[in-house]
Design a protein around this ligand. Structure first.
Ligand SMILES: N[C@@H](CCC(=O)N[C@@H](CS)C(=O)NCC(=O)O)C(=O)O
Length: 123
């Protein structure tokens, strides 16, 4: 099972690599607006998870840079994800909220919808 998962993971990463979307062209002002919004966010992922690939491709296309933490490779990250978000499931976007606990947003579709809505990106 681990071997099949490993092979599938490599295939996913290879296809992602050869079909990687080009970032759309934006102004420096827009780039700054996006990076200011996302600078304190973190996304937990498994590198070869197809749902994480989906979010990363959306981010790349739209010039969104968010620090990622691989919860498969690093047990500390997996523990952080479980204690903060409540379960070991990726992708999970951690959104700091002023004066409150951070929001731990699961589900690739919800993460993409959140980023698109907040950054005014048309899907
Ligand atoms: N519906 C979720 C599915 C996420 C999902 O199934 N992620 C898998 C990795 S591909 C996971 O976290 N599995 C937990 C595990 O392997 O322990 C989404 O779209 O984000």
């Amino acid at each position: 099972m681990r071997i099949i998962r490993f092979i599938l993971g490599r295939i996913i990463l290879f296809i992602d690599w050869i079909t990687s979307p080009a970032p759309i062209s934006i102004s420096e002002e827009e780039r700054l607006r996006i990076s200011t919004f996302t600078s304190s966010m973190v996304m937990y992922e498994f590198r070869a998870c197809p749902f994480c690939v989906r979010v990363r491709r959306f981010m790349k296309r739209n010039n969104i840079i968010i620090t990622t933490k691989d919860a498969r490779k690093n047990k500390d990250y997996a523990d952080e994800l479980i204690s903060g978000g409540g379960k070991l499931q990726v992708p999970c976007l951690v959104i700091p909220t002023e004066g409150k606990n951070s929001e731990w947003l699961y589900e690739s579709k919800d993460i993409i919808n959140f980023l698109a809505k907040e950054l005014g990106i048309k899907l």
